[in-house]
Design a protein around this ligand. Structure first.
Ligand code: PLP
Length: 459
């Protein structure tokens, strides 16, 4: 007999320290227990059906319950559940996945280094970038520049690369030689100054050059960024931003790292976010969508500029993980990528679902609570504003985003709140009808939040 919700919650509170969670607050409230899933829907332990507009955690791009992925894992578990890639060995799934990744990535990528997650992938980036410059005889090039409000994971290096002040405040971060510039967030930083999006994009990129000159160009190793900042709130940069960043990286010869953990595998309507944004990165971190979250896997695509140096001049690279190239994870990734190819999911996002979602979000701008609404491929954000005309935000201690998120949960919709930005990144297998269904729920939750905000006298 299965346990009751109260049973699960009690055992959970007694033993399980959740990630990114106020342990005491959760124990008092009791966690939501998710028991099963199919396609884009989840069911909790009370039998409620929930539309998962966040794809789990930005990862279940092909939807839940895909038999191809389950079969690939099962077959590989029987054939060879584990062997490592240390000491001059390899397994067929890891080799095949390396081959397939070189096919679906931009032409400069012919090699991959596997990790178990996105955070580990970014740890690898830090070690590999610094190793590259060491081998080239420029060991003073150690500094990696990132952005405020970036998310690059939760290990020591990942959290250091990230620009989340709350994370830096815990654990003495960032680690040395990682520094940050301001993010390209037009609504908050450009619009109040009356700047057009394009002008603001160029301004925000110029902050990189300013920082390079401040640090000293001979000390700068790389710049890292997410094409669209995900966990920071689906911050979609102006179209002028990334080409200007590329030009600055080229001018100073520094490596460009694209963290594609969310944007990769079709999320933006191209295979890679860098293709949507028009950059030519030297390294790309991937994770999440590589297996649609069915099993953990991450890694770094290594461009020829870096790969040739490491291969031909580097000698042994003293770095790796037990699960680098885990055969079961690689087998699932192979099935997942082939499924994305067979169902033409990337083209569907670019040509059909992305534009369709964009139309719906455009219409949301008429809502009295909505200051801005924007999408990129199949990710989107809605800004809740106290005064939509002036863009005046709510006081942050009101936590209006959390009020809205509460209504989402209550109405069978998972949408995430980042401050007062309500965000979605739904599975790429959605139909137009399911987008309509999601929009009805989003609109209902905005209406309920608007009613609360008025009733409490917050507007
Ligand atoms: C989720 C995420 C990571 C970290 O990946 P994990 O698998 O959680 O370690 C890194 N970068 C970006 C952009 C992410 O969204």
């Amino acid at each position: 007999m299965s346990r009751t919700t109260q049973d699960w919650q009690a055992a959970d509170a007694a033993h399980f320290l959740h990630p990114f969670t106020d342990f005491d607050a959760l124990a008092k409230k009791g966690s939501r227990i998710i028991e099963r899933a199919e396609n884009i829907y989840l069911w909790d332990s009370e039998g409620h059906k929930i539309l998962d507009a966040m794809s789990g955690l930005w990862c279940v791009n092909v939807g839940y319950g895909r038999q191809e992925l389950i079969d690939a894992a099962t077959a590989q578990l029987k054939q060879l559940p584990f062997y490592n890639a240390f000491f001059q060995t390899a397994t067929p799934p890891a080799i095949e996945l390396a081959e397939l990744l070189s096919e679906v990535t931009p032409p400069q990528f012919r090699h991959v280094f596997f990790s178990g997650s996105g955070s580990e992938g970014n740890d690898t980036v830090v070690r590999m970038v610094r190793r590259y410059w060491d081998v080239l005889g420029q060991p003073e090039r150690k500094v990696i520049i990132s952005r405020n409000n970036a998310y690059h994971g939760s290990t020591m290096a990942g959290a250091s690369l990230g620009g989340m002040s709350g994370m830096h405040a815990q654990g003495g971060l960032p680690i040395p030689d990682i520094t940050h510039i301001e993010q390209p967030y037009w609504y908050e930083l450009g619009r109040p100054q009356g700047l057009s999006r394009d002008d603001f994009g160029r301004l925000a990129a110029s902050w990189l050059e300013k920082k390079i000159l401040e640090v000293g160009p001979e000390r700068v190793a790389a710049f890292i960024g997410e094409p669209v900042q995900g966990a920071g709130g689906v911050i979609i940069p102006p179209a002028t931003y990334w080409p200007a960043i590329q030009a600055i990286c080229d001018k100073y010869g520094i490596l460009l790292v694209s963290d594609e953990v969310i944007c990769g595998f079709g999320r933006t309507g191209r295979w890679w976010g860098c293709e949507t944004m028009g950059t030519r990165p030297d390294l790309m971190t991937f994770a999440k969508g590589v297996t649609s979250g069915y099993i953990p896997l991450g890694g770094v695509m290594v461009g020829e500029r870096v790969a040739r140096v490491l291969i031909e001049q580097g000698g042994e690279f003293n770095h790796g993980y037990t699960y680098s190239g885990h055969p079961v994870a690689c087998a699932v990734a192979l099935a997942n990528i082939r499924l994305i190819q067979r169902e033409r999911l990337v083209d569907r996002v670019r040509d059909d679902l992305g534009p369709y979602l964009a139309q719906h979000f455009e219409a949301l701008k008429a809502h009295p609570l909505v200051g801005d609404a924007e999408t990129c491929g199949l990710m989107g954000a809605v800004v809740l504003a106290r005064d939509k005309a002036s863009g005046t935000p709510f006081a942050s201690d009101l936590e209006v985003g959390m009020v809205c998120r509460g209504h989402c949960f209550g109405n069978g919709l998972i949408m995430r709140a980042v401050g007062d930005r309500m965000i979605i990144a739904p599975p790429l297998v959605m139909t137009r009808d399911q987008i309509d269904e999601m929009m009805v729920l989003i609109k209902r939750c905005l209406d309920l939040t608007w009613a609360d905000v008025k009733a409490r006298g917050w507007v």
